[in-house]
Each structure stands twice: as C-alpha cells, then as structure tokens.
Design a protein around this ligand. Structure first.
Ligand code: ADP
Length: 371
C-alpha cells in the first residue's frame, strides 16, 4: 500500500517502473515470437539439414550451419517484433511525461507574453503534478498582481481627477472673471493642491510599504511611550470638535520591540479616523493590554460605525465606505492599508470590529513583546 502511494507520488519510481516495463515487454515478446516462429524457421532449413545428413563426412559441419541459420532467423524475427513492442510502450510512457511539460512550456510562454489566464491540467500526484500545481499558483498570483496594478492605475487616475477638475474650474472662473481674485478663491485652490500633495505622499508611502521597503528603527519601547505622542498631537483637535479622548494603559505592561515613529503614524491614522467619523459629543478611547506574547492596542470610538459588509474591505487600498464623507475629510482610503503594512512589518496583526452603522467601531493591532 505504502509502495503504491510512493510510486504515485514519485516521478523517479514511475520512470524506473516504465524502464522495467519496457524490458519485460521486450523479453516476453521476444520469447513469444521465438516460440511461435521456431517451427516456421526450422521448416525453412529442414531440407538443408536432410541434405547434410546424406553428405557423409561433412554432415556435422553442414548440420551445424543449418541449425545456426535457423536459430539466427528465430532470433532476428523475435528481436524485430520485440523492438517494435518496446518502441510502442516507450512512446506511450514518454508521452505521459512530456505532454504535461509541453503544456507548462506553452503556459510559461503565454504568461511571458502577458496572458495571465494560462493554467495547466494537474494530472497525478508526482513531481510533475506538484510542478503543475505550483505553476497554476504562480499564474494565480501573477494574475492578481496584474489586476491590482490595473486597479491601482484606475484608482490613482480617479483620485487625481477630482482635485484637478476643481483647480481647473476655479482657474477658468478666474480667467473669465466669473470668480473674484480674492483670498477665498485662492484658499480653495490651495486646499486642492494640499490634497494632491497628501495623495502623492500617501501613494509613495503605500508603494514603499507594499514593497516592504519601509525601514524600521526598532527598539524596546514601553506602552505609554508608544501611545503618548499620537494622543498628545491630536488632543487639541478632539477638544475643538467636542469628542472626549480617553487613554487606558494597564500598569506594568511589558515593553514591545517596535519603531515608535511608525507606531505613532499608525495611531495618528486610527485616531484621525476616529475623530473624523465620530460626531461631537462622542467618545474615543485608546486601550493597551497584554495577551500572551503580544501587546494589544485598541482605538475604540462611538462614531458612525461600519456595516459588516464593508468591514472585510476597509484595509484594501482606496476603499472608502462613504466616498463623499471620506473625501470631504481629505481621506484617500490609503491610510488603513499603510497602517496594516506597518503593523505586519512589525510581526503584528491588524483588524477591526463594529456592530454596524451607528454603533461605533474598534480598530485593534498587536505588537510582539520585546523579549
Ligand atoms: P481615509 O483616508 O478615507 O479615512 P482609511 O484607509 O484611513 O482612509 O480608511 C478607509 C475607510 O474606512 C474610510 O474611508 C472609512 O469609510 C472607513 N473607516 C475608517 N475608520 C473608521 C472609523 N473609525 N469609523 C467608521 N469608518 C471608518
């Protein structure tokens, strides 16, 4: 049973058995043909042998020659038939190995030419089957990358269009004299240019994060040191909007192994979102506690919440639940994608929960402990 499984999964075993099969077929066919052809061959030479017997002193030598001739004929006919049988069996076994390889060569050429739909049939569990499976996985990954690249180009073009149209409209209004050249008009243009700049910065950061090229200056950092900078920077904005901001860091928490600058960037994104999506009078809290070998950091708000159907997508780049609301707040839908990459680069996990629209949301991430 084990041998059967080993043979199924090993190309080496299959090649060995196919050689053995060719040899066995050749030998059996040779023996069978020789048996069948013996009487015919002897009949061909029987007259010569009878002549030799009547010839007296040279009888032995002539008989020997006739027997050899009969034997040669039997072997030649048997060998020819055996070769034909061996060639037929070889063609069959070689095709079983070469056909999937040819399919993979054709598939690779298709992919090299930009056709990412190429897939090959997975036949068997041996190394060729495994190779075909790996080929299909590679084709899947390439197809997804290509799709994401096209999506990215489309999204970037879309994101650039709105501020550019707005700037162009304002400039045309100024040229035609429809809009007054006063500070309010120029502030509008400045606002759109700032949005474009933020978008370009976010895109640069995103491409570096996705390529895993953001350097991390990791060191041992305490929990309080980790959350204080971001909280300190946004405190006045929370107060201005009338949203309460609470911080709850458990005492004696172990330190984490992290880049504090990058974690501040993540917290600024989460707190900025919480502030944007929580109406005045609401609450936002930052909590830190330990779970196994990680510190967990949660930013919870009592804001607009996120419907379950949107939750799995909010970490995708350019995904925004409410496009107009996000855009009005200067959002491009890239912040959470970058934050997720930053947390994952630290070896942590990032996720969100919400009971639905109007029920607030919680964003959580984990960071590995320093030891
Ligand atoms: P943006 O710059 O648009 O805020 P993010 O990547 O930070 O981009 O967030 C993606 C989307 O996730 C937002 O557009 C918003 O729809 C949703 N979102 C993020 N944080 C919150 C939150 N605290 N409450 C409700 N929705 C949120």
């Amino acid at each position: 049973m084990n041998l059967l499984i080993a043979v199924r999964r090993s190309l080496g075993w299959k090649l060995f058995l196919s050689y053995l099969l060719i040899v066995i077929v050749a030998v059996v066919v040779l023996a069978g043909t020789a048996n069948l052809h013996t009487s015919t061959a002897l009949n061909h030479h029987i007259a010569e042998m009878q002549d030799a017997l009547h010839r007296g002193p040279d009888a032995a030598a002539d008989l020997d020659a006739s027997l050899h001739a009969a034997l040669n004929e039997i072997i030649t006919v048997g060998a020819l038939v055996a070769i034909v049988a061996a060639v037929l069996v070889s063609v069959f076994t070689v095709r079983r190995i070469v056909t999937p390889l040819q399919a993979m060569i054709a598939g690779s050429e298709g992919i090299a030419g930009g056709d990412y739909h190429q897939r090959v049939a997975v036949a068997g569990q041996d190394e060729l089957g495994v190779l075909a499976m790996a080929f299909n996985q590679m084709a899947d990954a390439l197809e997804q990358t290509d799709r994401r690249r096209l999506e990215l180009v489309g999204n970037v073009a879309h994101e650039l269009r709105t501020p550019l149209s707005s700037i162009r409209g304002t400039l045309e209004g100024l040229v035609d004299g429809v809009l007054p050249p006063d500070p309010a008009t120029f502030l509008g243009i400045q606002h759109e240019v700032a949005r474009l700049q933020r978008l370009v910065q976010d895109l640069e950061e995103l491409s570096r994060a996705e390529a895993g090229q953001i350097p991390l200056n990791r060191r041992t950092v305490g929990a309080v040191e980790l959350v204080s900078p971001a909280v300190g920077r946004l405190q006045s904005q929370f107060a201005d909007k009338g949203v309460a901001l609470g911080v709850d860091v458990l005492a004696n928490l172990p330190a984490v192994w992290a880049d504090p600058g990058r974690i501040t960037q993540v917290l600024l994104n989460l707190l900025g979102n919480a502030l944007q999506y929580t109406p005045p009078g609401g609450q936002v809290s930052v909590r830190v506690w330990q779970e196994d070998l990680s510190l967990l950091i949660a930013v919870q708000d009592s804001g607009i919440g996120i419907d379950p159907e949107h939750l799995p997508h909010i970490f995708e780049r350019f995904y925004r639940v409410d496009k107009s609301r996000s855009r009005a707040g200067g959002g491009s839908g890239i912040g959470l994608t970058i934050s997720r990459h930053l947390v994952e680069a630290h070896g942590g996990r990032f996720w969100a929960t919400s009971l639905g629209a109007g029920q607030g949301s919680t964003f959580l991430f984990s960071l590995p402990l320093a030891s």
